[in-house]
Design a protein around this ligand. Structure first.
Ligand SMILES: [Mg+2]
Length: 259
């Protein structure tokens, strides 16, 4: 029997890498199901909604209810809908994030002067012109948010700049920090996860491959944490790494050892 009622699982680097299922992931998920833990998948990917992961994991025999998936995009959309209703959002972000925001009935504007809120995120088409417009919108005193803090994204053959790098450019130009960055490890993200799981934080386990997002989310929410070594963190990084996870697992397949 396990003391955990619920588990929050990161996706990239924990369950999958690129399009491949990580070794041990399916077994680990089965173990958690057999232990009776309710499960939430939580990705900081700001370009995907919940349904994407049902489709992505189905070929591996993993049944995923989109209601049990959060991404930094869905958390951001929900947060803006709740806290800035009827306000216009100037987005520096991907077309897919734009669609997710529109599906949440958020009104977008491309006119900097018309913006009440500026949202920065991963954008492959990010340009000097976007930065100029964002600066103009931020100078007007708009609220300023980011989807996620990830400065880089691991891809096949290297890394590419992520939302955090674009937010840093916006922050430098405007001379102000975002009011909040809404994905993991923010308090908003922890609350969104808690609301889905309906388990007390002290009986919730967070498993992920990044110390600064996954483990930090668990730490700040009072949850138990486990890092897996199947993603960006290697064993050598743990020496003096911060924040310190409660458990270290070679892969999700070893989850049984801490239940
Ligand atoms: Mg990850």
């Amino acid at each position: 029997m396990t003391e955990y009622e619920a588990v929050i699982l990161d996706i990239d680097g924990t369950i999958i890498r690129g399009d491949d299922l990580l070794s041990g992931a399916a077994a680990g998920i089965r173990t958690l199901e057999e232990a009776g833990c309710s499960r939430l998948l939580f990705s900081n990917n700001p370009t995907r909604g919940s349904a994407h992961y049902r489709e992505k994991l189905a070929p591996y025999g993993l049944e995923v209810d989109p209601e049990t998936v959060l991404t930094s995009a869905t958390v951001t959309a929900q947060y803006l809908a709740d806290t800035h209703p009827d306000e216009r959002v100037f987005l520096v972000g991907s077309p897919r994030l734009e669609t997710i925001l529109e599906e949440a009935a958020i009104e977008l504007t491309t006119a900097p002067d018309a913006a009440d809120v500026v949202l920065g995120s991963f954008d492959r088409e990010f340009s000097y012109s976007d930065l100029t417009d964002a600066l103009q919108a931020l100078e007007d005193g708009s609220a300023f948010y980011g989807t996620d803090p990830d400065t880089t994204i691991p891809v096949d053959g290297g890394t590419i700049p992520g939302s955090g790098a674009i937010l840093a450019a916006m922050e430098a130009a405007a001379g102000r920090e975002p009011d909040a960055i809404l994905g993991k490890p923010s308090a908003v993200a922890a609350e969104a996860a808690n609301a889905r799981l309906e388990a007390p934080p002290e009986r919730t386990l967070v498993v992920g491959d990044r110390l600064d997002t996954d483990i930090a989310l668990g730490k700040q929410a009072g949850m138990e944490t486990a890092v897996v070594l199947t993603g960006v963190t290697e064993r050598a990084d743990l020496e003096g790494g911060s924040p310190e996870p409660d458990h270290v697992l070679e892969s999700l397949g070893d989850i049984e050892t801490i239940l």
